[in-house]
Design a protein around this ligand. Structure first.
Ligand code: SF4
Length: 66
């Protein structure tokens, strides 16, 4: 099933780790909060995407269905 990155804004603290790990899909806005590309995660990117989800210190990043 095709997945895309999502952020739970009730949890995200703007640590920015996701942008460091997924620079092609996440940039930070002027306040340090992530802006997602919104595109589907390709099969080749899935491992890195899962790592970023697990690394999010606020448990705010997740992979949702497209
Ligand atoms: S790593 Fe998690 S808490 Fe930090 S900016 Fe990304 S989604 Fe938000």
């Amino acid at each position: 099933m095709v997945k895309k990155l999502e952020i739970d804004w009730t949890r995200c603290d703007g640590h920015g780790l996701c942008a460091t790990l997924l620079g092609d899909d996440v940039v930070l806005d002027e306040w340090g909060f992530p802006v997602l590309s919104g595109r589907p995660v390709t099969a080749g990117e899935m491992t890195n995407a899962r790592r970023a989800v697990l690394a999010c210190p606020a448990l705010a990043l997740r992979l949702g269905d497209v």
